[in-house]
Ligand binder design. Sequence first.
Ligand code: C5P
Length: 222
Amino acid sequence: MPKLCVALDLGPEEALKLVDSLLDLPVVFKVGPSLLLSCGPSVIKHIKDRGKEVFLDLKLHDIPTAVARAVSVAESLGADYLTVHTLSGPEVLETASKTALKVKLLGVTLLTSHGEDYLEAVKLGFRSVEEAVLHLSLLAKEKGLYGVVCSGEEVRKVKEKTGLFTVVPGVRLKSSPEDQRRVKTPEEAVRNGADMIVMGREIYKDPNPKRVVEDVLSRILP
Ligand code: C5P
């Protein structure tokens, strides 16, 4: 069954209010660095105490021991999912996988805000976004990660080639890309193979976030 993850890219009060307003719906909550920094780890406990899953989106990218320590702490706080950049390389990914006992590690491939111009600017040597995303997804699989984060454009191929759990951000009800590129609607993303879609602004900027969440769920759940 596909999952909907609500990105809590908000201040502490609004974030907790949004969580509490969506408790009766089957959603996962995503906590990023700004919310974690402003609320502290208690935000994870707040969500877990209400029986919901937490996706801790820290997008770790550091030396292996530093990443391993962060994985252990995230796990002890009860995070269900945790992101690490696949571009941090094989050694980091392997160390992170070996450290993770329960937390599901997700490898970020290329951010959905990145396109061919990013690859050219940083001279990564890939000929296309798709080639980069597939390569990084295969690396994540080889190193034992649970899943990957990629766009709705590449998710079909990633799923076919890796079979990993796939997380797709950059999802829009209509096309209004803001700073996201390679955007898809919820139903397109799921049809293409997304196991979890991530949505933020379209939900929390709406005057009635619960109505938007119900709408998205009705589009993606069988
Ligand atoms: O507001 P919007 O729906 O664009 O939210 C996108 C969320 O997805 C943000 O929290 C962002 O950090 C996250 N994300 C992303 N691209 C990735 C991984 C995560 O946009 N590759």
